[in-house]
Design a protein around this ligand. Structure first.
Ligand code: GLN
Length: 454
């Protein structure tokens, strides 16, 4: 009730929720009380969570914040949310996001932008919460849920976490089932939590992760007790500092924070080593070929026949065209066009196939670093703190927005786990995050190391 009241009082201001499930939340909470009274109860009994609108929730608003899914209410529940409810968690509602998870500012949502609860010192101007999981990050930061589900294809958990002073982890590809999560770029998409601290993130990920016969890319590995990793020493841990992440034009305060992170880990007994990940510079252009290619294929299903919106036409082709023209926003259309282009006959080899080869080289950079004994890699999470809503530079040039993903996309390309942990404030009093990147399926080392930084 306290969380529902907080949402009712503050959601107009932040626009973090696109649907609040009052009745369902109270029913779930009552069921949870009954289990506890009977001496039963799971690891998350009664914990109120928000769910990104990308996760299918049975009978509840599920539109990936797109107009094209207008009115869609799935008859099934995603595996990740099913796992959370099975452990006793309670759903508060569905959270705002960039349309189909395409964006870095939550401004491409059909439901309008989310406002970051943080503002620069002495300013009333609204800042973006990051994206695409902007609603998840803002809701956690504004205490409108105890934690939230999110997804990350190129940074959409870690960048909004960094912009809102929250913790976000993208686990290894395959750790969480993608079943029931609306697909953006299937070879990159992963679910993970956004939470207020590292411990909450560890507890939530434990519940979200599972092997699932309905997702053949989910991995059959035991899910460790991540919480048990907290407080373990990082003495002797080898922390790699990749020189390619020292990008041109990086603000001094981001560089200073990175140095601060290095100092904290050194002080805690970790060994710092300089490393090279030579193909880093190709990551962004490669990502912005592979992800639109997969998106153009995944989004072909929204044709006015099977789901959501239908705009009638004189024949079926005109109906398809009118539905897609009215249903998708500009950024989504841009990605479908780029993706269709790079997959088309004559261009496939030059763009898509080439990008896949570069992706293999990016992954090999990480393999080599880990083979040389590096346990974890430390980088900034983002090249800057949260920028303003309707930022003129970003709006006039989509590539400026894409540059925000410079430190996060490599991790998805290589399928590795990455965590963003709040590490300090910039000169304007806005939160900044540090990113830790781990070996495949070694989320424990990320939690252990992040706990030293937070
Ligand atoms: N900003 C990136 C994009 O727009 C990442 C989004 C994501 O991780 N879902 O593709």
């Amino acid at each position: 009730d306290a969380y529902l009241a907080a949402i009712d009082a503050a959601n107009d201001k932040f626009n973090a929720y696109v649907a609040v499930t009052h009745d369902k939340a109270r029913d779930m909470a009552r069921a949870s009380d009954a289990r506890l009274a009977a001496g039963q109860g799971g690891a998350l009994e009664g914990i109120p969570l928000g769910v990104k609108d990308l996760f299918a929730t049975e009978g509840v608003h599920t539109q990936a914040c797109s107009h094209v899914l207008d009115g869609f209410r799935p008859r099934y529940e995603s595996t990740v949310t099913s796992n959370l409810w099975a452990d006793g968690a309670v759903m508060l509602g569905k959270l705002n996001m960039d349309e189909f998870a395409m964006g870095s500012s939550n401004e491409t949502s059909w439901y309008g932008p989310v406002k970051n609860p943080w503002r620069a010192t002495g300013s009333n101007a609204d800042r973006v919460p990051g994206g695409s999981s902007g609603g998840s990050a803002a809701a956690v930061a504004a205490f409108l849920c105890a934690g939230a589900t999110a997804t990350d294809t190129g940074g959409s958990i870690r960048q909004p976490a960094a912009f809102t002073g929250t913790v976000g982890i993208k686990p290894s590809y395959g750790r969480c089932s993608r079943w029931g999560i609306i697909a953006y770029a299937s070879s990159l998409d992963q679910a993970g939590p956004i939470a207020r601290d590292v411990r909450d993130a560890a507890i939530l990920l434990k519940s979200m992760a599972s092997v699932d016969e309905k997702d053949t890319t989910s991995v059959d590995r035991p899910v460790p007790d991540y919480e048990a990793a907290l407080g373990q020493s990082v003495k002797g841990l080898k922390v790699g500092i990749p020189k390619e992440y020292r990008v041109e034009g990086m603000p001094q305060e981001v560089e200073a924070l990175w140095q601060q992170g290095i100092a904290w880990l050194k002080e805690a007994g970790a060994e710092i080593v300089d490393i090279s990940l030579p193909h880093t510079g190709y990551a962004l252009p490669t990502y912005y070929i592979i992800s639109p290619a997969e998106a153009s294929s995944n989004l072909a299903r929204y044709d006015g026949v099977r789901y959501g919106l239908r705009v009638p036409g004189k024949d079926i082709v005109e109906m398809y065209e009118s539905t897609r023209a009215a249903g998708f926003g500009d950024e989504v259309k841009r990605r479908i066009m780029i993706g269709t282009y790079v997959l088309s006959a004559g261009y496939y080899d030059a763009y898509y196939l080439k990008a896949q080869k570069v992706r293999t080289l990016i992954k090999k950079d990480f393999d080599d670093a880990f083979a040389a004994g590096v346990d974890v890699i430390l980088t900034p999470a983002t090249p800057s703190a949260a920028f303003g809503i309707a930022d003129k530079e970003m709006a006039s040039d989509p590539v400026k927005m894409y540059l925000n993903d410079i430190f996060t996309v490599t991790v998805n390309m290589a399928g590795l786990p990455g965590i963003s942990v709040p590490a300090g404030l910039d000169g304007q009093g806005l939160p900044l995050g540090l990113q830790l990147i781990g070996r495949p399926f070694d989320e424990e080392t990320l939690f252990r190391t992040a706990h030293v930084i937070e």
